[in-house]
Design a binder for this molecule. Structure first.
Ligand code: NAD
Length: 499
C-alpha cells in the first residue's frame, strides 16, 4: 500500500511479496510504488505546502504532539509490525524503536517553536534587518530497512516541523510502520498531503523521487554507494541533498579502561539490531595489555546471547533482514576465516535456527585481523566485531581513523585527558566516551568523511530543512540614500520631489 494525500492507495508498480525474515513466512503482497505514484504523492505534498508553510509554529507543534500521543496509543501495534518485517526482537522494537520515535516527535514539537537566527538590528545605515527562516517546499526522503520507523521519524519530523511537506520512500522490505505513522498523523489531524509515504524500490521509485522537478531537496539515509548516486542525480537539477551514509565505527579501549564496561559496551554496540546499525561498534581497538582479557570477556557475553524468535520477549537477537543479507554476512566471515583470522566465537548460522528460509546469524567476534583485511575495511552490517591490539595512544587514534567512514566512534578510558583527546581527534560525527550507541533527539547525528554530511535530530537538522532570508527595511526620511553617491551623482534640483 501507499499513503498519499491522507489515504491509503494502491501502487502502480510490480507486486512485492513481504516476508518475515525470522520465519520465511509471507506477510502479504502489495504493488510497489513507481514513477506514477511519485507524481501523485509529490502533487499531494505540493498542494498541502502553502497552508502548512503558513501555519504557525505553534500549530505545527500541536500537530506533532498529537502525533506523539497517537503513536503512544498504538505503540504495541507499531512494535509488532516493526519486529515482524525486520526480524528484530520485540524487546528492541518495543523498548527502543517505538519510544525513540515518540520522543523524537515530542522533541520536534518543541523545536518547531524555537527556530533560531540573528537578532534583528541596524546593520546598514538608517535601516533594520532581520532574518526569516523559511521551509524549502516539498522534501523527498529515502530511508533504509534497518530502523524503518525511527528512520521515517528522523526524516519526517524535522522537515514538517520546519513547515515543509514530505514524500518519504520507505524500503519496500519494511513499509509497515512508516505507513502506520502517516496513517496515525492523518487520524490525529495532520492535514492530508503533509506526510506521504511510498513503498517502492530504488530504481523505479527512489530515482523518480530524487529526479522529480518539484522535489526541492532529497534527504537520504542508506549506503554510501547509493548516496553518491543520489548526489549525482540531485546535482543535475541543482537541488539540495542531505546524506546519512554508512559507518564502520571504532571502539577504542585504553589500558586504564573499565574492562567489564568496555566488554559489555562492545557486545551491546555490535549486536544491536543484528549489527544492522550504521553506528554499530565494528572495530575494537584494544590496548595490548588488555586485549586477550577483552576478547575472552566479549566472547563469554556473546556466547550467552539468546538467539530466538523475535516475538519472544526473552529473545536478545532475532534474525537479520533477509536470507540474502545473511548469506552476504556469512560469506564475508568465511573469507576472513580462510585468510587466517581467528573466529573467536560465533561465525555462522546458529544450529538451532538453521533453516534455509530464516535469516539468523550468530554474534561473532574475530581476532587477528589486519587493517588491510576486508572485515576491517568494509561495512558488514551484521553482528560481527573484529579486534586488533595497539601499543600507543597515537596508534589507537590512527587505527580509529583508518577508514573512509566517519559516522560514530567510542573511547573507553578513565583518564579525562585521553577522553578529551579521543573526542577531539577521532574523525566522526559522534564520539561516545565510555558508552556506545545512544543517539538522542536533542543532539545532532550525522557523518564526517564518506559517512555523509548534514544532521538528523536536534536543532541542527533545521539547517537542512530551512533556508534563511534577509529582510532589510529602509528607514531614511528622504528619497536620497548616501551610499548611492558611489553609483551616481545627482546635481541640482532635477528630482521628482524637488528635494
Ligand atoms: P541502500 O543504500 O541500499 O538503500 C537505502 C534506500 O535507498 C532504500 O530505500 C532503497 O530502496 C533506496 N535506493 C536504492 N537505490 C536507489 C537509487 N538508485 N535511487 C534512489 N533510491 C535508492 O541501503 P540499505 O541496505 O537499505 O541500508 C543499509 C545502509 O544504510 C548501510 O550502509 C547503513 O550504514 C546505512 N544507514 C546509515 C544511517 C545513518 O544515519 N548514517 C542510518 C541507517 C542506515
Amino acid at each position: 500500500m501507499q499513503f498519499i494525500a491522507g489515504e491509503y492507495r494502491q501502487g502502480h508498480g510490480a507486486e512485492h511479496v513481504l516476508v518475515n525474515p525470522a520465519t520465511g513466512n509471507e506477510l502479504g503482497r502489495y504493488p510497489l510504488a513507481n514513477d506514477r505514484d511519485v507524481d501523485l504523492a509529490v502533487a499531494a505534498a505540493k498542494d498541502a505546502y502553502p497552508a502548512w508553510r503558513d501555519a504557525t509554529p505553534g500549530d505545527r507543534a500541536d500537530a506533532l504532539l498529537a502525533l506523539a500521543t497517537g503513536l503512544q496509543e498504538r505503540a504495541q501495534e507499531l512494535a509488532t509490525v516493526e519486529s515482524q518485517q525486520t526480524g528484530k526482537s520485540i524487546r528492541l522494537a518495543g523498548e527502543f524503536d517505538v519510544p525513540g520515535t515518540i520522543d523524537n516527535a515530542k522533541f520536534f514539537a518543541g523545536a518547531a517553536r524555537h527556530l533560531t537566527g540573528l537578532a534583528a538590528g541596524s546593520y546598514w545605515p538608517n535601516s533594520t534587518s532581520f532574518t526569516r527562516r523559511e521551509p524549502l517546499g516539498v522534501v523527498g526522503s529515502i530511508a533504509p530497512w534497518n530502523y524503518p520507523l525511527q528512520m521515517a521519524a528522523w526524516k519526517i519530523f524535522p522537515a514538517v516541523a520546519a513547515g515543509n511537506t514530505i514524500v518519504l520512500k520507505t524500503s519496500e522490505l519494511t513499509p509497515g510502520t512508516s505507513l502506520l505513522l502517516a496513517e496515525i498523523a492523518t487520524e490525529v489531524g495532520m492535514p492530508p498531503g503533509v506526510i506521504n509515504v511510498l513503498a517502492g524500490d530504488g530504481a523505479h521509485c527512489g530515482e523518480a523521487l530524487v529526479r522529480h522537478p518539484d522535489v526541492v531537496m532529497t534527504s537520504f539515509t542508506g549506503s554510501t554507494k547509493v548516496g553518491r548516486r543520489i548526489m549525482e542525480m540531485a546535482a543535475s537539477k541543482g537541488a539540495r541533498v542531505h546524506l546519512e551514509l554508512g559507518g564502520k565505527a571504532p571502539l577504542v579501549v585504553y589500558d586504564d579502561a573499565d574492562l567489564e564496561a568496555a566488554a559489555r559496551g562492545a557486545v551491546a554496540g555490535s549486536i544491536i539490531n543484528g549489527g544492522q546499525d550504521c553506528t554499530a561498534a565494528t572495530r575494537a581497538i584494544v590496548h595490548s595489555s588488555l586485549h586477550d582479557q577483552f576478547v575472552e570477556r566479549v566472547a563469554a557475553i556473546m556466547n550467552d546471547v539468546v538467539i530466538g524468535p523475535p516475538d519472544d520477549v526473552t529473545t536478545d537477537l532475532g534474525s537479520l533482514i533477509s536470507t540474502v543479507h545473511r548469506d552476504r554476512v556469512a560469506a564475508i566471515v568465511d573469507r576472513a576465516r580462510s585468510h587466517g583470522a581467528t573466529i573467536v566465537c560465533g561465525g555462522g548460522i546458529p544450529s538451532d535456527w538453521n533453516a534455509p528460509e530464516t535469516a539468523y546469524f550468530q554474534p561473532t567476534l574475530i581476532a587477528n585481523v589486519a587493517p588491510s583485511d576486508e572485515v576491517w575495511r568494509e561495512e558488514i552490517f551484521g553482528p560481527v566485531l573484529v579486534t586488533t591490539p595497539f601499543e600507543t595512544d597515537e596508534e589507537a587514534i590512527a587505527l580509529a581513523n583508518d577508514t573512509p567512514y566517519g559516522l560514530a566512534a567510542s573511547a573507553w578510558t578513565t583518564s579525562t585527558r585521553r577522553a578529551l583527546d579521543a573526542a577531539a581527534r577521532i574523525e566522526a560525527g559522534c564520539v561516545w566516551i565510555n558508552e556506545h550507541i545512544p543517539i538522542v533527539s536533542d543532539m545532532p547525528h550525522g557523518g564526517y568523511k564518506a559517512s555523509g554530511f548534514g544532521k538528523d535530530m536536534s536543532q541542527f537538522s533545521f539547517e537542512e530543512y530551512t533556508q534563511v532570508k534577509h529582510v532589510l527595511i529602509d528607514q531614511t526620511d528622504s528619497p536620497r540614500r548616501e551610499w548611492q553617491d558611489i553609483v551616481f551623482t545627482t546635481r541640482g534640483t532635477n528630482t521628482v520631489s524637488g528635494a
